[in-house]
Design a protein. Structure first.
Length: 293
């Protein structure tokens, strides 16, 4: 069989399970997952390699109406996902009725490339809900092939994957066959820390935070990491640190555990907090943190 390779982009509303699906395909926790919207800020490439195929999956932020510059950059990542794909995965969850952004929705229904519409989280529903969803989406996106899946439990995921392989063009691999992602190691450190902040802090705190890993030093048996947690205001700094440092300590312990699994090595993780006023609306800083090209 000839070698196949190509780009598959996952798009959809916030929280429908895009990152969970991406990780299910790749078999690694490349994308962080929480129950909060805007967990995914970047476009993240996950690579699935086989003897005669290479699938390049892009996880993207959920589609939202941007309220500040960081969110505008996030939506630029989504726009770019339409431009360079061979196959589009449009993920919806059971019970969902529409994509919040009409312009994006029109791009899907008018796409010139194959669209697979995946109804996710069917583990949460029943037969009647699924029948209803199938009827709704068949009508709304007639150009799509529809699958019912559970990204969390893996149900239906292999069927989607074999369909993707069928649809991919003949092409040599784009990346070395042992590569899993296009993001550097520091990116995954930042994300592991940000995931714990999304989980443990309330309200606006996670959205005001950016992580900057200043040092990543890999020794034979240990990786030494120093990362800065940036917030926008002095009060947020206090909240991040918590009473006698207890809150930041918890973030450090949990992130370290995840990173030890991810890198398969012992990790030494040092965390600092810094105030960096208004970074979410500052072009230069957004570029520095990888949000703009
Ligand atoms: P994203 O915002 O679209 O990337 O969604 P995430 O992958 O971050 O998932 C959002 C939430 O939905 C998380 O709490 C996931 O555990 C949950 N989730 C994702 N897929 C499924 C699924 O198939 N079934 C159920 N029950 N929950 C899921
Ligand atoms: K999420
Ligand atoms: Mg996500």
């Amino acid at each position: 069989m000839a070698h196949k390779a190509g780009f598959v982009n996952i798009i959809g509303n916030p929280n429908v399970g895009k990152s969970t699906l991406m990780n299910a395909f790749v078999g690694e926790r490349l994308s962080i997952i929480t129950s909060k919207a805007q967990t995914t800020r970047h476009r993240i490439l996950g690579i699935v390699n086989g003897e005669d195929f290479q699938v390049l999956l892009s996880d993207t932020p959920g589609i939202i109406k941007p309220a500040y510059q960081l969110q505008e950059s996030m939506m630029d990542f989504v726009k770019s996902a339409f431009e360079d794909a061979d196959v589009l995965l449009y993920l919806v969850e059971l019970g969902e009725k529409e994509l919040k952004d009409e312009a994006f929705f029109n791009k899907i229904t008018n796409a010139k490339i194959p669209v697979l519409l995946l109804i996710n989280k069917i583990d949460k529903g029943n037969e009647a809900l699924l029948t209803e969803a199938l009827a709704l989406w068949e009508k709304k996106v007639p150009n799509a092939k529809i699958f019912a899946i559970s990204a969390l439990e893996g149900f239906g995921v292999p069927e989607v994957f074999s369909t993707i392989i069928e649809l991919l063009p003949e092409s040599p691999a784009f990346y070395p066959k042992d590569q899993l992602t296009d993001k550097p190691e520091r990116f995954f450190v930042n994300e592991a820390i940000r995931e714990k902040i999304l989980i443990h802090y309330k309200k606006e705190i996670p959205y005001a935070v950016e992580i900057d890993t200043e040092e990543f030093f890999e020794d034979e048996n240990i990786i030494r990491i120093r990362s800065v947690i940036m917030v926008e205001r002095e009060t947020q700094k206090g909240i991040i640190i918590g009473h006698k440092g207890s809150a930041i300590k918890r973030v450090g312990i949990e992130a370290r555990k995840d990173l030890e699994k991810f890198f398969g090595k012992q990790i030494h993780l040092e965390l600092y907090v810094k105030v960096n006023k208004n970074w979410r609306n500052d072009d230069r800083q957004l570029r520095r943190f990888g949000y703009q090209n």
